[in-house]
Write a protein that binds this ligand. Structure first.
Ligand SMILES: [Zn+2]
Length: 444
């Protein structure tokens, strides 16, 4: 090879190196986003600070304060007219279940035999986006999700295929034989018809195996039926679940519908109790003492197909009693049905009506929907609060929710992981869709 051509090739190689290095650097430099927050609500203090700047980099909060200088070249989002606050949490939803008046008369047993897990997983993707549009950045998805559609949804969101809330999912609900169903012997025996809505687990061996199965297939919290049947779980059974779940670093939520069941769950040291049927003053006092989360799923009277005036009166009184007893409260809906004219998010936010009826102060409703939601979901150190280093999730509403809680009904702006999902009241999810697992191929 001649000297000249060698020099030429070397120059070419040098140029490519420079171009490559430059473009690689361009990709590595994360653009800072600066949000001008007109009013910033801190649920912890219950106060609003005006004219705050929030800096976001690489999907995380980088700085929050009033006297921050905005870096040159930062992308500026002007939310001067909105109240900015941390995202909301629904501590009990079923995103891959939507029963309806037609054709199943609101009976989910029919939904699960007429709709495949595949169809329900797609519905879950839509429901997740509807929740996010209403400001719910975290959802605990508590079973009745077919054959692990909840895990599929969580992974699709985490890997970067679609937008959606942070999902804390339970996998299949574990219960004594039958779960919440009463199958016919011809459909139950040999055909195992309750599966995949419930995992039959009656003996200690079966209970251990069921917990392992859920952990294997992507659950992040374990859900059990404490008293769905008269032969429900004993204190020892529940303690076994708690101990086994702890091996995977998971907490246990109990579906409870009787006072006796609540008593056993509390004695066993369960993490959270779903539904208010088994709650009374005595149980509330015990829960407060032990710090057990209450996910009361308080259906409002404004969803008349799903409660009755008598039931609602009890629900309101029970929620008030829990508040007076200082039980740790979460906002939870058990939303798993279609209300014509409403999105899943609009159904969930409707539940503030019950909290208003129970005369819970707005600041404490907001705390149940935010701080307590992060704690029951165990995300408080990674996602939820608007704090430096945490995932950049927040919402913006018109007005002041501390004065007028209904301001939460109209979420104008949603940011998740530093990307805008909703702006000026319109969903703009484009940046969340990818043709591959851009956030990494995590299959757990
Ligand atoms: Zn439920």
């Amino acid at each position: 090879m001649k000297n000249d051509s060698r020099r030429w090739i070397f120059s070419l190689f040098f140029c490519f190196t420079i171009i490559y290095t430059f473009s690689a650097n361009a990709q590595d430099v994360f653009v800072v986003t600066a949000v001008k927050a007109g009013h910033l609500l801190d649920p912890e203090t219950g106060k609003i600070l005006d004219n705050q700047i929030i800096l976001i980099e690489n999907g995380k909060f980088k700085a929050v304060g009033s006297d921050l200088s905005i870096p040159v070249g930062a992308k500026i989002i002007d939310l001067s007219s909105l109240t900015i606050m941390p995202g909301l949490v629904d501590a009990h939803n079923h995103l891959a279940l939507t029963y309806k008046i037609v054709p199943e008369r609101n009976i989910y047993y029919y939904t699960y035999i007429s709709e495949s897990t595949a169809l329900r997983a797609i519905q879950a993707a839509s429901n997740g986006m509807q929740m996010l549009a209403s400001g719910f950045t975290i959802v605990r998805d508590m079973g009745n999700n077919g054959n692990y559609a909840d895990t599929a949804l969580r992974l699709a969101i985490e890997q970067g295929w679609i937008p959606g809330p942070k999902i804390i999912n339970s996998g299949i609900i574990i219960g004594g034989m039958g779960g919440q169903f009463w199958p016919t012997p011809e459909m139950g025996i040999g055909k195992n018809i309750v599966n995949p809505e419930y995992l039959d687990a009656d003996t200690p061996d079966e209970i251990i195996k069921a917990v392992h199965q859920n952990m294997l297939y992507g659950a992040k919290v374990i859900k059990i039926c404490v008293d769905c049947k008269p032969w429900g779980y004993s204190v020892e059974n529940i303690q076994l679940v708690v101990a086994e779940a702890a091996k995977g670093g998971m907490k246990v939520e109990g579906h409870v519908q009787t006072v006796d069941g609540a008593k056993r769950a509390i004695e066993a040291g369960i993490w959270s109790i779903a539904h208010d049927n088994g709650m009374n003053d005595e149980m509330h006092k015990l829960m407060a003492k032990k710090g057990i989360w209450r996910a009361g799923t308080e259906t409002p009277i404004t969803l008349p197909e799903h409660t009755t005036p008598e039931r609602y009166a009890k629900t309101v009184a029970s929620l008030r009693n829990a508040y007076d007893n200082k039980v740790p409260l979460t906002f939870s809906t058990d939303a798993d049905y279609y209300v014509p004219g409403k999105t899943r998010g609009e159904v969930a936010i409707e539940f503030i009506e019950t909290w208003k009826a129970a005369k819970i102060p707005n600041v404490d409703i907001i705390r149940a929907m935010t701080i307590n939601g992060y704690k029951v979901s165990e995300t408080e150190l990674t996602r939820g609060p608007i704090k430096v280093g945490l995932a950049a999730d927040f919402i913006g509403v018109l007005g002041n929710p501390l004065q007028q809680i209904d301001a939460l009904r109209e979420v104008k702006f949603v940011m998740k992981d530093g990307e805008i999902f909703k702006q000026d009241g319109v969903m703009t999810p484009g940046k969340f869709f990818h043709g591959g697992p851009v956030n990494g191929y995590n299959i757990r």
